[in-house]
Design a protein around this ligand. Sequence first.
Ligand code: GTP
Ligand code: MG
Length: 318
Amino acid sequence: MGIFGFFSKEKKESLDQGLQKTSESIFSKLSKAVVGKSQVDEEVLDQLEEILITSDVGVDTTIKIIRRIEERVARDKYLNSSELDVILREEIASLLEENNTQDLLDFDIPSDKKPYVIMVVGVNGVGKTTTIGKLANLFKNAGKSVVLGAADTFRAAAVDQLILWGDRVGVPVVSHGMNIDPASVAFDAVKQGMDSGADIVIIDTAGRLHTKVNLMNELSKIKRVMQKFIPDAPHEILLVLDGSTGQNAFIQAKEFTKVTEISALAITKLDGTAKGGVVIGISDQFKIPVKYIGVGEKMTDLQLFNRKEFVDSLFKKK
Ligand SMILES: Nc1nc2c(ncn2[C@@H]2O[C@H](COP(=O)(O)OP(=O)(O)OP(=O)(O)O)[C@@H](O)[C@H]2O)c(=O)[nH]1
Ligand SMILES: [Mg+2]
């Protein structure tokens, strides 16, 4: 068994709870769509398309899903509309399974990468610092030693927030306060990680750089200084997206992939939205794996993303 363990009952409950708003919204819309209908016809499919779009699945992925269901209607001739939720679940699950990114059943950190350096990026307020705190907790519980680097030096509160998470989780935080060159903080955090024999170093970065060029320069500089110690660092660039912002999350994913090599995605705040369909769209549209999902504000509310569990939970009848 790997470091995050199996999909426990608690995790499942927290996922069910986190997706409740989206799930309820989809079910209530689905049941309205089939009122007075005994079979899945054009009209039901039109409504279904609208349901998916309004759940922020995104146009391209919605079209793919509708096509699949149309093919099924053509094949089976008669599809009972009361089964629409089951059909939808099956088609979404198989669509996501066709994507070439693999689910992580576990987060096995390569033993030859020590410390394993994760740089966390994303725009203002998406949940970077919170996700770092939750990640540190996951790793620590799995017996890994973690160092955090407070390289979001634009405001004092950002540094304090990371220090607070460090205290709560019980992991060291390297910080030099605000208005310090972020790259120098990242450098020191990686150095401390190396000196102390830590397994993982996680670097927080600022999301409020005004232009793409600034952002690109800033991130390149942070990478460059880390590479003085560890030539292949950062081993992971994790882009955090706020799931409740729907289409904006898609746009941010597109923008960030243009300026830096994003290797993993985390989608947060799914508990606060009825538009959790965004995870399906992003997972389908980007070649980068969705690795984590945030389903609440608590330290334990971060999960490894698993497509099957996600779809099962979304379509679970309450
Ligand atoms: N409900 C819920 N809230 C979340 C989740 N993840 C983060 N938040 C909240 O989102 C808010 C912003 O989170 P931060 O971690 O400060 O975001 P950030 O990206 O570091 O923001 P900046 O440092 O300002 O760029 C906080 O109030 C968090 O508690 C989540 O999965 N669910
Ligand atoms: Mg922050």
